[in-house]
Write a protein that binds this ligand. Sequence first.
Ligand code: UDP
Length: 325
Amino acid sequence: MPEKILVVGGAGYIGSHTCLLLAERGYEPVVYDNLSNGHEEFVRWGPFEQGDIRDRARLEEVIAKHKPKAVMHFAALIEVGESVKEPVAFYDNNVIGALTLLSCALNAGIDAFVFSSTCATYGLPERVPLDEQHPQAPINPYGRTKLIIEQALKDFGTYKNLRSVILRYFNAAGADFEGRIGEWHTPETHAIPLAIDAALGRREGFKIFGTDYDTRDGTCVRDYIHVLDLADAHVRAVDYLLAGGSTVELNLGTGTGTTVKELLNTISDISGRPFPVTYADRREGDSTTLVANNDKAREVLGWDPQYTLKDIISSAWQWHSTHNG
Ligand code: UDP
């Protein structure tokens, strides 16, 4: 019998890609998701249990039924702009929900936990690339909710028997190359899907937020990492914990930065469809440059991201041109 892994938020973008790889590598992903942002169509590699992370009774029931060996926690509100408008909802879901899930896991004797965190916990970079020792001073409620759970995980590692891998994502992008699952957010705010929609003629064009940043072409630099490379790191994190690994935090990025203008040029080249670009003011809360130092993830997990920006754009193009989410 394959070992079961509870994938909380497994009907979402990164969670569903992780389920795909978990199943390929011999685990059985059990998805727990309230479908607030996830899609039931994305649950294809194991059983689905609908539920909310703030629903203790439902969590206890699902954990007792499946007896997972580890929990992966993807279920969070993620939009920085929304976190400023609706901070109570963010604390409710991302903090109270995560703590409810953690206490249910601990009560059931589960000692392995993989947590989706973010480079937004660093706040404004003092040095780039960012390593895990960089001070954490998030500049918005989203980043703060994630940091609170990181701190809880460290305390539960020290004072309770819970080992965790905290994964700090940079910019997740791209899709399954077979087109089964992909990025599907409503509303969409991320640069790659918005630019692809512009190339597909579904939007009038693309607005660049800020052209006066201190970067090589004045636009923000980000580290775009293929969602399947992220998924691979998650499966390795489960392997690591089930082999007895101790609590660790790891950056997940490629180590290479891309400006918004470079990103748009790559999308025009790959799609063969140039689209109108306009320039707008900076977006509140955007850091100039976010690029990962990924040495620690390579060392601890033996992780080696495989996919290039071209792979990211071509897989995203294939997904969005066949799905209108
Ligand atoms: N961006 C942009 N126009 C858009 C959406 C995003 O210029 O319509 C820029 C944004 O300012 C940032 C980069 O693209 O510099 C990546 O933004 P995204 O929202 O995809 O990810 P974030 O880095 O905010 O997590």
